[in-house]
Design a protein around this ligand. Sequence first.
Ligand code: NAP
Length: 249
Amino acid sequence: MASPRKILILGGTTEASALARLVAGDARLDAVLSLAGRTRAPVLPPVPHRIGGFGGIDGLAGYLRRHAIEVVVDATHPFAAQMTRHAITACAAAGVALLRLDRPAWRAGAGDDWTEVSDMTEAAGTLGPLPRRVLLTIGQRDLAAFADAPWHDYLVRSVDLPDSASLPPSARFIAARGPFDEADERRLLRDERIAVIVTKNSGGSATQAKLAAARALGVPVVMVARPPTPEVATVADADAAHAWLLRGL
Ligand code: NAP
């Protein structure tokens, strides 16, 4: 039997972990999962892993050469735009194939009250001049823009609590990791009397329940759009990525 194809999965998403679990049981593939190290207690699938940045484009290209990687799967979060750019340039430099695993963006449907904005500064501005109770589900970075609108009452939910929030001192924090359930999300919105949710268009099912809860309760959503989609071969889920990795074997 030929030696297994060497894969590097750039992770940090549910889909990357799902792909890692699929390839873990496949003798035709030899995969390493790479995590940035942002989450204090990451959930690790049963494949070899490495944690931490590569040291920019040159560092990643060097890693690919040293480890004789044949295919990179960029399964990073849709908002991890720098890592995606680095993967494109480093793969081209090292002559390594690249596949993007990108879950589809959420789309507003009937009954949704969304304001779509292009970045966090615009999101903060959209909240308006009068104090509102705001649920921020944008992760622990990118909070600084909301310090410029300190008259709102913020509830911040992220996997880890921010180390030093640049938010107003009145902001409160909940550490929680998806998947979230719609009934629980409705309860949170009601109990906290949330008037508006600010979120990024991450896509995927794990954190979608808040959007259904917002629709049911008539709570408006400020939706931050994704950065531009890179022009690389792209699949939408872990099964399709697994099939792509097996091509020609
Ligand atoms: P980013 O801004 O695009 O990347 C910043 C730097 O972090 C990269 O240049 C790279 O450092 C390192 N990095 C990012 N992803 C990496 C990975 N999978 N393995 C090794 N190094 C990585 O990324 P980010 O937005 O901070 O996201 C960091 C991680 O969190 C990613 O794994 C992403 O999938 C996950 N995540 C991000 C978000 C989000 O909203 N941004 C949400 C959920 C999960 P070097 O230049 O030194 O190589």
